[in-house]
Design a protein around this ligand. Structure first.
Ligand code: ADP
Ligand code: G6P
Length: 467
């Protein structure tokens, strides 16, 4: 097997805090790379001010060599806060109402992709397999090709890909689609995302679907497919089993005093449906007064992308909403919602999931949603909790034992919470077992291996060029 070189914007730079990086990409890839080893190049998360940084910083951690670059203030602004998070993220999550397109930021996005390519090329050996991650770096393969890189290059999109009518609202969509044709394999989370991609190419008359998942487009033949990302299922289950010994988990258990725990864990992001979820919980308590004082909803929501105005506004809205519900429904000895905006270590998270009778995962749109999978992996087989899952999360394509909800339907989600809390043990066990069996096979290594196997089967750049 050739050496693996992974490139992503966000890299879980090793530090001493032992805090999990909040974000599916970093969590999943670290789990996959820890086993396989290789180079992981990306942004250090730091700014170099006005001057472009020269050298990459290299950090060795187990089998992984991190190669990190700083970005200038302008790059962070235009590429990360700007085009990636104010155009690509909202558009790909079907939120054209939140998309703020600026040509200057688009130029910054392409400039930073070229900068990444320039930094990456000196690290490469001819038989390296390159795997580029997510929406920040769509044009990277094209930049690398222009610099003469002939290696196999794969791309995985961690977020959804919307249908043509939404995608085409983005002024630069032709360039981005053309950029994808420079990869050998383009992977999506679900069959829906994959179908949206092929559908958009065919509808625009710029691509033709061939047999075996191959696509002919822009004078190239490449493959596209779907590879649902997984978690380290067995390891996470072990964390959860042992978590009861953890001091913080013990304190949490004592503080619940026999109340049923409902848990939500999400980055503070408008795609996660937090306001709708709080509405549904409020509705549930109001419609089921017997549960007053008998249930606690813990929402752990680390702040994310705070420099982006839509995120900053959201932080206020959600905090105010949680405060209002607590004010209106709380009593002298009961707080209906516990709201935390910081990250917790993974073993603690595992323990909290295990304690929760209900896992509330209700994004308005999500590429996959690893929290849904972690919640199931953490359960006690003798007394498992119930997953309430949005039908608009990629995970809903796989997690057939969940109670699927439409997060826009307050009453429907509220009913699902009530159903989950009242579900008999035998049904809970049967639903949980079905999902756990699936997750044990379709774990993060399975995701990584199936993607890389398909990539290795591609003939390589030159040979793949269409006649
Ligand atoms: P996204 O990638 O959009 O953030 P996912 O649900 O796919 O959503 O992945 C989120 C990851 O971040 C999960 O692995 C989850 O455990 C982790 N995470 C989210 N919130 C926290 C938190 N407060 N503390 C620690 N880890 C968190
Ligand atoms: C999602 C994206 C990742 C991103 C993560 C955290 O999982 O798919 O690419 O890293 O959110 O967001 P951030 O902007 O902090 O990297």
């Amino acid at each position: 097997m050739s050496r693996l070189v992974v490139v992503s914007n966000r890299v879980p730079v090793p530090d001493k805090s032992n805090k999990a990086p909040a974000g599916g990409l970093a969590v999943a890839l670290r789990a996959a790379l820890e086993e396989k080893g290789g180079i992981w190049m990306g942004w250090s998360g730091k700014s170099s001010g006005e001057e472009e940084t020269g050298e990459l910083t290299s950090i060795q951690d187990g089998k992984i060599t991190y190669a990190l670059t700083d970005l200038t203030d302008r790059d962070v602004d235009e590429y990360y806060h700007g085009f990636a998070n104010r155009v690509l993220w909202p558009t790909f999550h079907y939120r054209l109402d939140l998309t703020d397109y600026a040509r200057k930021e688009m130029t910054g996005y392409f400039r930073v992709n070229r900068f990444f390519a320039e930094r990456l090329v000196p690290l490469l050996k001819p038989d390296d397999t390159i795997w580029i991650q997510d929406y920040h770096l769509i044009p990277l393969a094209k930049e690398l090709r222009q610099m003469g890189v002939k290696n196999r290059i794969g791309f995985f999109l961690h977020i959804p890909l919307p249908p043509a009518d939404v995608l085409f609202a983005m002024p630069v969509y032709e360039t981005l689609i053309e950029s994808l044709a420079h990869y050998d394999l383009v992977g999506f989370q679900t069959d829906f995302d994959h179908a949206n991609f092929v559908g958009a190419l065919v509808r625009e008359g710029i691509g033709e679907a061939l047999s075996g998942g191959k696509i002919k487009s822009h004078n190239r033949i490449f493959k596209a497919g779907y590879y649902p990302i997984g978690i380290e299922t067995a390891a996470f289950a072990t964390y959860a089993r042992r978590a009861i010994k953890n001091g913080m988990v013990k304190r949490a258990a004592q503080s619940l005093e026999g109340k049923a725990l409902v848990i939500g864990v999400d980055r503070l992001d408008y795609s996660k449906g937090l306001t709708q979820r709080l509405d549904a919980y409020e509705h549930f308590i109001t419609a089921n007064p017997d549960y007053q004082g008998k249930v606690t909803y813990l929402q752990i929501t680390p702040k994310s992308r705070s420099e982006v105005p839509e995120y900053e506004a959201m932080q206020r809205t959600v905090a105010e909403q949680a405060g209002r519900v607590n004010g209106e429904l709380g009593t002298v000895d009961w707080v209906p919602i516990r709201y935390m905006t910081r990250s917790v270590a993974r073993p603690v998270l595992a323990g909290l999931y295990r304690m929760a009778k209900v896992g509330l995962v209700t994004p308005l749109r999500d590429g996959m949603n690893l929290v849904a999978k972690e919640y199931i992996a953490a359960q006690d087989p003798d007394d498992p909790g119930v997953l309430v899952l949005s039908r608009f999360a990629g995970a809903a394509r796989e997690m057939k034992g969940a109670l699927l909800v439409n997060p826009y339907d307050t009453e429907g989600t509220s009913n699902a919470i009530a159903k989950a809390l009242a579900m008999p043990l035998a049904e809970r066990q049967q639903r949980w077992q079905q999902m756990m069996d699936h997750l044990l096979v379709h774990d993060v290594n399975h995701w990584c291996d199936t993607f890389l196997q398909d990539l290795m089967q591609m003939p390589g750049y030159q040979a793949a060029e269409a006649a």
